[in-house]
Design a protein around this ligand. Structure first.
Ligand code: HEC
Length: 167
């Protein structure tokens, strides 16, 4: 009976293994995070267009406010909640709670200051320069005023005609 002696075949097995490893290390690898090989649509290799050139605030219209509300509900409400109270879903899952927007230190901030917070973030809140276009950031700023007004409006803020008309 022929006995295969482990020690005889071991060196061969090791060589095979080593060979296999060698081949794998020579394989071509794709690194999805490497800088792009070809220039993107904006023509500048390795650069992403952030649409972040300063833009003046657009005129205040009800269309702008509606846009602001839908952008706020999509991007801000997850933390700040649709009410602005700061108990959105992400906060309920453990993210630090922001102060209620209507009474936070920035509640009487200028539009420029609010725009800057949305663009660059504040504290643990990340900025939205890469996610929200400038005009939409302005729309959110406008809506932040409307949101506060909706919670802290005084009767004196309404005209007699508005008071006479039920919502
Ligand atoms: C991931 C959660 C999160 C999202 C999304 C988020 N925020 Fe915030 N925001 C925070 C937190 C937390 C703070 C408090 C940050 C601090 O001061 O440390 C904050 C602070 C602020 C403040 C300053 C409030 C103050 O304390 O005076 C404003 C204004 C604000 N956010 C607006 C927005 C707007 C507008 C959006 C949407 C474009 C948005 N945030 C999206 C978490 C978030």
């Amino acid at each position: 009976m022929t006995r295969i002696r482990p020690l005889r075949i071991l060196p061969g097995a090791l060589m095979l293994l080593a060979g296999g490893c060698d081949d794998m290390s020579k394989q071509h690898k794709e690194n999805p995070y490497a800088s792009p090989r070809s220039a993107p649509a904006n023509g500048v290799a390795g650069r992403v267009e952030y649409h972040d050139a300063p833009r003046p605030a657009p005129a205040l219209t009800s269309a702008l406010l509606r846009r602001g509300r839908s952008e706020y509900d999509a991007f801000c409400a997850p933390c700040h909640a649709r009410t602005g109270l700061g108990d959105g879903m992400v906060v309920q899952r453990g993210f630090p709670a922001p102060r209620p927007l209507a009474t936070a230190p920035t509640h009487n901030a200028t539009p420029d200051q609010l725009y800057a917070i949305i663009t660059a973030g504040q504290g643990v809140m990340y900025g939205f320069a890469q996610r929200i276009m400038p005009d939409d950031r302005w729309a959110i700023v406008a809506y932040l005023y409307a949101l506060r007004r909706s919670q802290y409006a005084m009767l004196a803020d309404m005209t007699p005609a508005q008071r006479a008309t039920p919502p």
